[in-house]
Design a protein around this ligand. Structure first.
Ligand code: GLN
Length: 495
């Protein structure tokens, strides 16, 4: 068996081949991850670790392989799962006190597909409560800490956020305490933490992966996706996760192709759109220069860079912060302390509801519920909710027009590198600004990916972001692969 540190560096693709060659077994690999996971406690990445289950699943994978029955490239691969996915018999809390002790009696479709293809559950990862946040600081289980540390600047020596809301999943992959992970993205929650942690994060087209069994935040925006160490790994995982599910009425009955095979295509001649509106006042120079480098890299690979316009971009974030809370306020009405999770007994039923919800939800969730009920209330529905839906249509139209000019769009993933824990906490608007580049694609239901592309002046990872047309995951991954090759991001967190 190779040295443990070496094993932990391998990608899904490498491991899959190594398992075939019997260089080590899935049980050995899984044990190496379990050891690494149990030593990473100070980062607060996992809210629940499942080592016994992991070893049992690895044992089954090994015995299948010994009989020549390999279920595919995910067979024997240990992964981490955001605690928003319902996993049968394993606690699923959405990072909230209100789901204390909730062990679903069913499995989400996406995780079911992964287990059926032989993947192994290492544990459930920390996240912002109900996926509301950009820093993993709204979790009831305390903040998750980014394995990266600043090498200079104001944040030297401080604990940094991993981004959010899939912060635990991103940190797990970056810290080598999971080989890959899954998360969800409603307005940027896969892509922004991937940028902050120096890994690849893919949000597929809305409807590409089933939402069944994922604890709902904003149903018209939520989408599951992989967080990995390479573009190829993201493609391999998506092949397993994607597909039509009759249990989700918004899941798309659209063929799942071999995304990994599409990576051998050429980007030559593809048109890469650069939206003028994504240049923000006061954007740090390091973000602008990263974007410039990205354009050059794609040009050098034979693609054509063209300027485009997405005129309604600046309305995307405000409209998102009406639509997402509106849907959340409705989705979260189900938590009443009666059927599952926390119950705080009151004098009567209404009092029980009130006490349970008052104690069970954190401040950010309450803020969203209040905004959501306000914008849906009879007097303000037209002025806010309907107006935001109209803006959403304009954003969709902007992208539709752009696709007549370009194949994919290149932008930065986030307006900054990871910030310190505690920063932006008293300023929700500045926290919401983190999603300024990721939210428009979410509003339009488009696939988008963050690829680690360089380091900030303080030595922290920065991602570049690609957005593609609906169901154009193949093209998106192909261009992402070209960026990955050019960027050659080989840095590692030092903790
Ligand atoms: N940060 C955004 C929010 O708080 C996006 C969250 C997400 O994508 N789940 O709503």
């Amino acid at each position: 068996m190779a040295k443990t540190e070496d094993i932990l560096e391998l990608s899904v693709d490498d491991v899959s081949r190594a398992l075939d060659k019997k260089l080590f077994s899935s049980s050995e690999l899984t044990q190496a991850y379990i050891d690494a996971m149990s030593e990473s406690g100070e980062l607060n990445i996992y809210v629940d670790q499942t080592p016994e289950l992991a070893l049992e699943m690895a044992g089954s994978s090994d015995s299948r392989r010994s009989k020549g029955e390999v279920l595919g490239h995910m067979d024997g691969i240990p992964i981490a799962v955001k605690d928003l996915f319902c996993t049968k018999g394993v606690s699923s809390t959405a990072g909230s006190h209100i789901l204390d002790g909730f062990k679903p009696t069913y499995e989400s479709t996406v995780t079911k597909k992964l287990w059926e293809s032989g993947a192994i559950l290492l544990g459930k990862t920390n996240m912002d409560e109900f996926a509301m946040g950009s820093a993993n600081v709204t979790s009831y289980y305390g903040p998750c800490i980014n394995p990266w540390k600043a090498e200079s600047g104001d944040n030297l020596g401080k604990d940094l956020v991993p981004g959010g809301s899939s912060g635990g999943s991103a940190a797990a992959v970056a810290a080598r305490v999971a080989l890959a992970a899954i998360g969800t993205d409603t307005g940027g929650s896969i892509r922004q933490p991937s940028s902050f942690c120096g890994i690849v994060g893919l949000k597929p087209t809305y409807g590409r992966c089933s939402r069944w069994g994922i604890i709902s935040f904003a149903s018209s925006l939520d989408q599951a996706g992989p967080l990995t160490r390479s573009v190829k790994d993201a493609a391999l995982m998506l092949e397993v996760m994607a597909g039509y599910d009759p249990k989700d009425s918004t899941s798309a009955d659209f063929e799942v192709t071999s995304y990994s095979e599409a990576l051998s295509g050429k980007v030559e001649g593809l048109k890469i759109g650069i939206p003028a509106e994504y240049t923000l006042d006061g954007m740090p120079d390091e973000i602008n220069s990263l974007w410039e480098r990205g354009k050059r890299w794609l040009e050098d690979s034979g693609a054509n860079i063209i300027d485009i316009s997405l005129p309604h971009t600046k309305y995307a974030l405000p409209a998102y912060y009406i639509i997402a809370p509106a849907e959340a306020s409705s989705n979260l009405a189900r938590y009443d302390g009666v059927r599952y999770g926390l119950r705080v007994e009151g004098e009567d039923l209404i009092d029980t509801y009130e006490k349970t919800r008052a104690q069970g939800f954190g401040a950010e969730v309450k803020r969203r519920i209040m905004i959501g009920t306000y914008v849906l209330s009879a007097g303000y529905y037209d002025a806010y909710y309907i107006q935001a839906q109209k803006v959403r249509s304009k954003i969709i139209n902007d992208f539709d027009n752009a696709w007549s000019e370009c194949d994919v769009i290149l932008t930065p993933t986030a307006p900054s590198a990871a910030f310190s824990i505690g920063e932006k906490m008293d300023d929700p608007i500045s926290m919401y600004m983190n999603d300024v580049f990721t939210v428009p694609a979410s509003m339009a239901g488009l696939p988008a990916i963050s690829v680690p592309a360089g380091l900030s002046n303080d030595g922290l990872p920065l991602g570049l972001h690609l957005i593609g047309p609906k169901f154009a995951e193949e093209k998106l991954l192909l261009v992402a692969k070209a960026l990955e090759l050019a960027a050659d991001f080989s840095f590692r967190p030092k903790t």
